[in-house]
Design a protein around this ligand. Sequence first.
Ligand SMILES: Cc1cc2nc3c(=O)[nH]c(=O)nc-3n(C[C@H](O)[C@H](O)[C@H](O)COP(=O)(O)O)c2cc1C
Length: 202
Amino acid sequence: MPYNSADEWPNDPHNLFHLWMQDAEKNEPNDPNAMCLSTIGPENMPNSRMVLLKGYDKNGFIFYTNSESQKGRELAANMKAALCLYWKSLRKQVRIQGMVECISAEQADIYFNSRHPDSQIGAWASQQSRPLSHREVFDQRFTEFKKKFEGCEMIPRPDYWNGYRVTPQKIEFWINETHRLHRRCIYKLQSNGDWERDMLYP
Ligand SMILES: Cc1cc2nc3c(=O)[nH]c(=O)nc-3n(C[C@H](O)[C@H](O)[C@H](O)COP(=O)(O)O)c2cc1C
């Protein structure tokens, strides 16, 4: 701070994101890594839902999901997406736009294996985003898969359960100020790999 002109903002948006995320991890009471993921559905209809940010670095922002879910199917048809994080305790927002790709099976395996066994079984039992006639049907599937994997040293990752990386082309940072006189800075990736930044009116 004080961030009064674009050149007072950090050069690298990834470093700034990391600082804000570290701050959120200390100060947000719940899910500092929750983010809204927007995809584009049929007839160009936007579609948003929350997912958890499970990794980030200079290459992008990673979340995990069922590739047969609505978001999975939308991403298969259109790999453009937007992310939005808002930390109520910090009163800060980050918006990201970019292209999405699946991460490697090896990387997805590592994360899947780190999950609680019941979450792993949940990934097998849930036909995410498909109609469910009764909760009991899901509970039943969960019990069946639990039995199937009983005594299994390692529950395998379903091949429809994957990690996705959003590679950013634009990252915007927003800081709340009193009377809605907020501060914003947008970073745009250039063809040479540099980030150009501009402040925006609130
Ligand atoms: C805080 C929060 C975090 C969530 N994290 C995930 C996640 O990491 N992956 C996921 O598939 N769904 C997650 N969900 C559920 C999704 O919001 C959504 O209901 C589900 O993925 C189905 O979305 P779709 O039908 O658009 O594919 C989360 C929901 C909330 C409220």
